[in-house]
Design a binder for this molecule. Structure first.
Ligand SMILES: [Zn+2]
Length: 319
């Protein structure tokens, strides 16, 4: 069996001990689509000892250009079954399970608590928040990815780390379904799925062997058109509905002001979302409800701008 892993054992960070850690790991991959396919193949190739694939959907002809484990002969079959069989063919030394049902709130925590790591390649906010919430409550590590056309985004969450932000810190108000187009609406290129599914597999393997993950607390994006990547660091948000402390109702936040005065220059973040303050003035930033502006002010303060505050309650508090 060692011959199977011969080449990866020579890579930086890989040792026989780390290979054992991979072989003892249990990973749940939710979504056997464009991201789940390459990610699952690479995790199986790396020797993840127990992989479960959860997807309720069946293979259709429009999946084939990016869901690389499937062929035209698989149309109509359950994706989780086909992908699980493909993994078993690839690596006979691992255990693979197919779960061809829809993830529900009633069983999400019980299911997810059986795994060391969850990889989320689903394509809608409702499922992503359900998975995130179940991972948060069971302290299961989570990798989430989304793709559209030529670009994508990855998040990694280690819920054992109390200082680490969560998805709710980034989106205190849950985005409405449909505010971002999914693959069917915006289209998607096959290589986008391949690149991001592979990135998610690399984050998973680093996590399983205990290597530091530079993607924690960061929104990592990559655009295959321009070949530009961006890393947006976000912090723990006291107003977060998932991990926040309910700070909003109990105390005045030190960066928040309750009213406007002449001392400050007003900045509407809805009009000027990338505002950077000059040092000579004081600025009072506001948005619709005061959540985005407080996060933005916290980020500017972290960057050393001490002359910015956020209007509590935002523009809606003024009317
Ligand atoms: Zn949070």
């Amino acid at each position: 069996m060692n011959e199977f892993y011969q080449r990866q054992l020579k890579a930086y960070g890989m040792t026989p001990e780390n290979q054992k850690k991979i072989e003892k790991s249990r990973v749940l991959i939710i979504g056997a689509g464009g991201l789940g396919n390459p990610c699952a193949l690479y995790l199986a190739g790396a020797g993840v000892g127990h992989i479960s694939i959860l997807d309720f959907d069946t293979v259709s002809i429009s999946n084939l250009h990016r869901q690389i484990a499937f062929t035209a002969n698989d149309i109509g079959k359950f994706k989780s079954d086909v992908l699980a069989n493909r993994l078993r063919e690839l690596n006979p030394y691992i255990e693979v399970h197919s779960l061809n049902f829809t993830l529900k709130e009633s069983h999400a925590k019980g299911l997810i608590s059986q795994y060391d790591l969850v990889v989320d390649g689903t394509d809608n906010f409702t499922t992503k928040f359900l998975i995130h919430s179940a991972c948060f409550e069971t302290k299961t590590k989570l990798i989430q990815g989304s793709i559209s056309a030529w670009e994508g985004i990855i998040h990694y969450f280690d819920f054992m780390d109390d200082q680490s932000p969560c998805l709710g810190c980034l989106y205190p108000k849950r985005p409405e379904e449909g505010c971002v187009q999914n693959c069917a609406e915006a289209g998607v290129m096959g290589p986008t799925a391949g690149v991001f599914g592979s990135m998610m597999a690399s984050v998973a393997l680093k996590t399983l062997i205990g290597m530091k993950n530079s993607t924690q607390g960061v929104s990592y994006t990559f655009d295959l058109l321009s070949f530009k990547s961006q890393q947006f660091k976000f912090n723990k948000n006291l107003l977060c509905p998932q991990c926040g402390t309910g700070f909003e109702d109990k105390l005045d936040h030190p960066y928040e002001l309750n009213e406007i005065s002449d001392e400050f220059e007003l900045v509407d973040l809805r009009v000027n979302p990338h505002f950077i303050p000059v040092p000579s003035k004081k600025f009072l930033l506001f948005c619709h409800r005061g959540v985005t502006s407080l996060n933005y002010v916290s980020m500017l303060r972290d960057q050393g701008h001490q002359n910015v505050w956020s209007l509590k309650g935002g523009a809606s508090s003024l009317t």
